[in-house]
Design a protein around this ligand. Structure first.
Ligand code: MG
Length: 165
């Protein structure tokens, strides 16, 4: 393993509201399409897990947040695949000489059940991050019916990353 002399930690948070079933939006989290009767409202594809991850990486770099780099009033990002945004952010990480040591991600959702999709999310995210799958952890929880997540109004996500160089 190469010597690491500097470390940076970053934290990201996001929340998106569920669309109505008649909006016909796909539910996309962690770069994976998840079968559900409603997707998340957003200017982009609504992938709140990738948004939290981008914010964590940008936080570690000291480079603001996802809204600064990809404004939600910019038509270039309308319904954009958030994986594309993550790749741009990861290019910034690598351009500054950093590499990802690990990322730990949490989804809070009352429904649908995330467990069947967690491994595919890890693989997809690791691919986008140019990292080994075991450097990327994804976990999910309900809020036991409490709050906006518990009322199934939306999804909340958290991300913590550690970078080294
Ligand atoms: Mg977002």
């Amino acid at each position: 393993m190469t010597q690491i002399s500097e470390l940076r930690i970053g934290h990201g948070y996001d929340a998106h509201r569920f669309a109505e079933p008649q909006d016909n939006r796909p539910l996309v989290l962690g770069g994976i399409n998840i079968p559900h009767d409603r997707g998340l409202l957003a200017h982009s594809d609504g992938d709140a897990l990738i948004h939290a991850l981008c914010d964590a990486l940008l936080g570690a770099l000291g480079k603001g947040d996802i809204g600064r780099h990809f404004p939600d009033n910019d038509d270039n990002y309308k319904n954009v695949d958030s994986g594309v945004l993550l790749k741009v952010v990861m290019d910034m990480v690598q351009a500054d000489g950093w590499r990802l040591i690990n990322a730990d991600l949490t989804i809070l959702a009352q429904a649908p059940r995330m467990a069947p999709y967690i491994e595919n999310m890890r693989k997809r995210l690791a691919d986008l991050l140019n990292a080994d799958t075991d450097c990327v952890n994804v976990k999910a929880s309900t809020t036991e019916g409490m709050g906006f997540v518990g009322r199934r109004e939306g999804v909340e996500t958290h991300a913590v990353v550690l970078l080294g160089r």
